[in-house]
Design a protein around this ligand. Structure first.
Ligand code: GLP
Length: 241
C-alpha cells in the first residue's frame, strides 16, 4: 500500500487523473472502476478538463460502477448510474453503451449480481479502480462485517452510512436501506486500486484501514493485501496516522 499525502483535494484529483491518463494512453481499451460519493469528484473534474482542453479521449474505455441503491427508479437523480453519467461519463467521450452498473431495479437481484460479475470478467477485468472510503471504513457499499472475499451482492446499509448519504436526498427517510455492491473480493481483483480521501472526517477511517489490523470490521483494510493500492489523502485525513 502506497500512501501519498498531498496539500488538497485539487492535487489529489490531478495526481489520480495523471495515473488514469497514462493508463488510457498505454491501453486505450482500459477498464475503469468508477466510484460515486463526493471524494472522486475532483478526479472527474480534472479528467473532464483534460478532455476539453487537451483532447484526452475515452472512446474505447469501459466503465464499471462500484455500487447502486436498490429501489430507486431508473433515471432517479441520486441513482449511482445517473450520478456517474452526470459527474463523469457525459462530460467526456465514453460511449454510453460502455458504461455499466449493478442493477438495483432487477426482480432477481442475485441473478443480476452474478451477471454483473460476468460482465466485468468478459471486459477483461478492471484495470484501475477508483475508490472513496466511508467514515466507517466501507468501500463501495461493503459495510463493516462484509466478508473479505465477497462478490457483488445485495447489502443492508449501516445507519451511519444512511446518515452520511442523507445530504444527497431531501431527508434521511428517502435514503434506501438496501444496495447492490461489488464485493471486497471483486474490488481486490482490480489490477490497480486508487483510493482518495480528504478532510478530518475521514482521519479515523484512514488510520484504521492503513495502520489497523486487516479485519471485516474495517472493510477497506483488505487493501493492505492488494499488490498495487495507491492511497491519496490530504493532511487532515492523514492526521491520525
Ligand atoms: C458512499 C459510496 C462509497 C463512497 C462513500 C464515501 O457510501 N457508496 O463508494 O466511498 O460513500 O462518500 P464521500 O466520498 O462522499 O465521503
Amino acid at each position: 500500500m502506497e500512501v501519498i499525502i498531498l496539500p488538497s483535494s485539487k492535487e489529489i484529483g490531478a495526481l489520480a487523473a495523471d495515473t488514469i491518463e497514462d493508463l488510457v494512453h498505454n491501453l486505450p481499451r482500459a477498464v475503469l472502476g468508477l466510484a460515486t460519493g463526493s471524494s472522486p469528484l475532483p478526479i472527474y473534474d480534472e479528467l473532464a478538463r483534460r478532455h476539453d482542453e487537451s483532447g484526452l479521449s475515452f472512446t474505447q474505455v469501459h466503465g464499471f460502477a462500484l455500487d447502486e441503491y436498490v429501489g430507486l427508479p431508473a433515471g432517479h437523480p441520486e441513482s449511482y448510474r445517473e450520478v456517474i453519467r452526470r459527474e463523469f461519463t457525459n462530460r467526456v467521450d465514453v460511449a454510453p453503451e460502455n458504461v455499466h452498473g449493478p442493477d438495483g431495479t432487477a426482480t432477481d437481484i442475485a441473478a443480476a449480481c452474478l451477471a454483473y460479475e460476468e460482465a466485468i470478467k468478459a471486459a477483461g477485468g478492471v484495470d484501475l479502480q477508483i475508490l472513496g472510503v466511508g467514515t466507517n471504513g466501507h468501500i463501495g457499499f461493503n459495510e463493516p462485517g462484509s466478508s473479505l472475499a465477497s462478490r457483488t451482492r445485495i447489502k443492508t446499509l449501516a445507519d451511519q452510512t444512511r446518515q452520511d448519504n442523507a445530504r444527497f436526498f431531501d431527508n434521511i427517510d428517502q435514503v434506501p436501506h438496501h444496495v447492490v455492491t461489488q464485493g471486497l473480493g471483486t474490488i481486490m481483483d482490480a489490477r490497480h486500486v486508487v483510493l482518495v480521501a480528504y478532510g478530518a472526517g475521514k482521519a479515523q477511517a484512514v488510520r484504521d484501514f492503513v495502520e489497523g489490523p486487516v479485519s471485516a470490521s474495517c472493510p477497506a483494510s483488505v487493501l493492505q493485501f492488494h499488490p498495487h493500492a495507491t492511497i491519496l489523502i490530504d493532511e487532515a485525513a492523514a492526521a491520525k496516522l
